[in-house]
Write a protein that binds this ligand. Sequence first.
Ligand code: DX5
Ligand code: ZN
Length: 228
Amino acid sequence: MADYKIAPSILSADFARLGEEVDNVIKSGADIVHFDVMDNHYVPNLTIGPLVCDALRKHGVTAEIDVHLMVKPVDRIIPDFAEAGASYITFHPEASEHIDRTLQMIRELGCKSGLVFNPATPLDCLKHVMDKVDVILLMSVNPGFGGQSFIPETLNKLREARKLIDESGYDIRLEIDGGVKVDNIREIAEAGADMFVAGSAIFGARNDADANVYDTVVGKMRDELAKA
Ligand code: DX5
Ligand code: ZN
């Protein structure tokens, strides 16, 4: 089986108990914390910044933190996230004037770098920077909100991205973000993804009576991935 990574998006977590939520979801077998940063400018919503990333590290979170920047411009805020303990930093090519420079900056700061493609954004700009990305993130919803439905055309785009990665020979993760659920994760894996963001599907299962409620949904996702 491929080395699949499950990355719960804390956008759907209970922010008043964020440290505990992250602890529980990692205890349930999830791999990576997906951290959605929105600026009410590049996307019509406003979320969390480097202070919260730093707070999670100080709380004791040791899992990788995957910072998904939906902000414009991006360069000013990147060093702050590196300092706050980000593992991955990804951004949308539309949000940077100098994509190659931004990718280089992320790696120079010691983080893994990546580009994020909106549903209607072609993969063209990857062509000359394949040696500078550690992850390619395909949005399967339009960015800005959790709880939207998976856009089926993304499966074709995943196959295209998988082919690019395999032909490049580089060690690059293929991440999918938006509308990932237990009932579609297997076909998404079969289309080529190996890193799966899921917000509402995981944190939506919250049930205050049962601290281990995430075991069930993360476990079901793993079972589906085992069949891919
Ligand atoms: C959307 C964010 C996603 C979001 C996914 O802009 O990038 O990470 O949290 O949420 P679900 O899994 O609910 O579609
Ligand atoms: Zn995201």
